[in-house]
Structure formats: structure tokens, C-alpha cells
Ligand binder design. Structure first.
Ligand SMILES: [Zn+2]
Length: 293
């Protein structure tokens, strides 16, 4: 796939972004992370059930990741390094606020928040001192000292890594129209029977020989494997259009549960507006023929 990205057949991000919007949105993300970290720490202080806290940690991470992702789209960021940097920044900011508010709450609000903020070394020393006396119960096992440090470390990795992961998840499969500066939207999905070699499909579609698809048929309900084609297009100016093709295989596990496994063969191949219409017409024709037979 890496070599595909090096030529001009496929869509790739331009690296551009809107600096005013990005600056505003990252500031908003930091404020939201502070508010959510405060709520997170207050629940931690008053909720005795560690399992509930684990679920809340997951929600904190997922929610912030989703918010970041929306803000990155709003900032028109077409730059992977900025997406990663944004996720990591909010991950570490949330971690910092979590420790700050946790220490503030655990010491029963005796110290001013500003004093804790102004003394980062004091904050670390307090966390170190609390580590020796603070106890968490998991399945009637008392966790403190070194074991607690390991637990805190895992929680920290989960917060930073999880927020970054969810931030980036929302950035996958995004295509931007540089002509009118809008995100392209997913448009149509077609499912066709997979009768030919995947390499052939890839080669033929890269050559824009779309009529080749006419020899494929519609996916039957009993197929264990088929092709899924989807188009993305700019609904504003129609300049940018892409095609993604995946092979879907049904997998059945030991419990008899069926799941779809998707393998992308073609990821955002650039096609013209006319080619998009041609492709959609061919797929619709195959669909209509199947319904008539
Ligand atoms: Zn456009």
C-alpha cells in the first residue's frame, strides 16, 4: 500500500490546516479535558467501586478522543503529524489535570489549587508520598506502594494512548477537497460477488477500466466472501472523488458467531466525477439485472 501512496493515483493529505481554527479548537479541547478530568477525579474520590471507575476511565478516554477528532475535522487538518500531536497533547494534558485534581481532592481540598499548580515538584513529591499510604482494594487484595505505582502507570498509559487512539480513529478514511476546501462525504456502497483475482481488480480499476466490473454479479446472501465498493465525493464542487474497494470475508468463531473481516485492496483511488457516475451506473445495472432474474 505504501508504494500506492507514492504515486498520484491515490488520494493523500496535502498537509495543510487552518491555523486560527486549530488554535481555537485545541484551546477548547484543553478546557474540556480539564472539566472532564475534574469530574473524573470527583467520581474517583466518592465512588468506592474500582470497576465503575475503570468504566468511567474508558468513557473519559473515548469521549475526549471523539471530541478531538471532531475538532480536527473542524480545523480542516490534513496532516497526520498534527493529528498525532493533537491526540498526544490532549492525552498528556488530561493526565496532568487528573493528577492535579486527584491530589487536590484526596487531600480534602485543604490546599489551594493554585498553589499545587505553581509547584510541579511539590505535586510529584505529594504523589510519591501518597503512593506509600494510599490503598486500593481489588478483589479483597490491598494494592499500595510498588503495585499501586504499576497500576497508576498502566492507567496513565491508557489515558494518553487511548485518547490518541480515539483521536486518530476518527481521522481514518477522511478525504478533503482542496478545490473548495470541504471534507468529502461517503456516498454510495455496492456489494459484488468476488469472482476474479484481487490483483486483477486492483490493476483494472487503477487503469480506470470500469466496464470490467460489468462481468461481476451482485453479492448473493450465502456468499462467504465478496467485494465492497464505496465512493466518496465532494458534494460541494464534485472535483474530488475517490473509490475504495475491500474484500469482505465471513469468519465463524468457535462459538458459532459470524463476523466480517475487511481487507482493503484499493484505498481512496482518485477518480473523476464522470467515472464516479459511470461506476455507480454499472453497479446499479448489475443490481437491477439481479432483481429481474
Ligand atoms: Zn469540492
Amino acid at each position: 500500500m505504501a508504494e500506492d501512496r507514492n504515486n498520484n493515483l491515490y488520494y493523500k493529505h496535502s498537509g495543510r490546516f487552518s491555523l486560527p481554527k486549530l488554535s481555537l479548537n485545541i484551546s477548547l479541547s484543553i478546557i474540556i479535558s480539564a472539566i472532564l478530568a475534574l469530574i473524573y477525579c470527583l467520581i474517583d474520590k466518592y465512588n468506592p467501586f474500582i470497576y465503575i471507575q475503570a468504566i468511567i476511565t474508558f468513557f473519559l478516554v473515548a469521549l475526549l478522543g471523539i471530541i478531538n477528532s471532531e475538532f480536527l475535522l473542524g480545523s480542516k487538518v490534513r496532516n497526520k503529524a498534527i493529528n498525532i500531536g493533537y491526540g498526544l497533547t490532549i492525552g498528556f494534558t488530561t493526565l496532568y489535570f487528573s493528577w492535579l485534581f486527584w491530589v487536590y481532592a484526596v487531600l480534602d481540598y485543604k490546599y489551594s489549587l493554585l498553589d499545587i499548580v505553581l509547584s510541579p515538584i511539590g505535586l510529584l513529591q505529594t504523589i510519591n508520598a501518597l503512593n506509600k499510604v494510599y490503598v486500593i482494594s481489588v478483589y479483597s487484595t490491598q494494592i499500595t506502594g510498588g503495585s499501586l505505582l504499576v497500576l497508576w502507570l498502566l492507567e496513565s498509559i491508557f489515558i494518553v494512548g487511548g485518547i490518541t487512539y480515539y483521536t486518530l480513529s476518527g481521522q481514518k478514511f477522511t478525504v478533503f477537497c482542496e478545490s473548495c476546501e470541504n471534507w468529502c462525504k461517503g456516498d454510495k456502497t455496492f456489494e459484488l460477488e468476488n469472482k476474479v483475482e484481487l490483483n486483477t481488480i486492483k490493476r483494472v480499476l487503477e487503469a480506470k477500466n470500469l466496464s470490467y466490473l460489468k462481468q461481476l454479479s451482485i453479492k448473493s446472501n450465502t456468499s462467504p466472501s465478496w467485494l465492497r465498493l464505496y465512493t466518496r465525493k465532494c458534494h460541494n464542487c464534485s472535483t474530488t472523488n475517490t473509490l475504495t474497494v475491500s474484500e469482505i470475508n465471513l469468519k465463524i468463531n468457535n462459538q458459532g458467531e459470524v463476523s466480517e473481516q475487511e481487507k482493503e485492496i484499493i484505498s481512496d483511488l482518485l477518480i473523476s466525477s464522470q467515472e464516479t457516475t459511470q461506476l455507480e451506473n454499472i453497479c446499479q445495472e448489475i443490481n437491477t439485472n439481479a432483481n429481474q432474474n
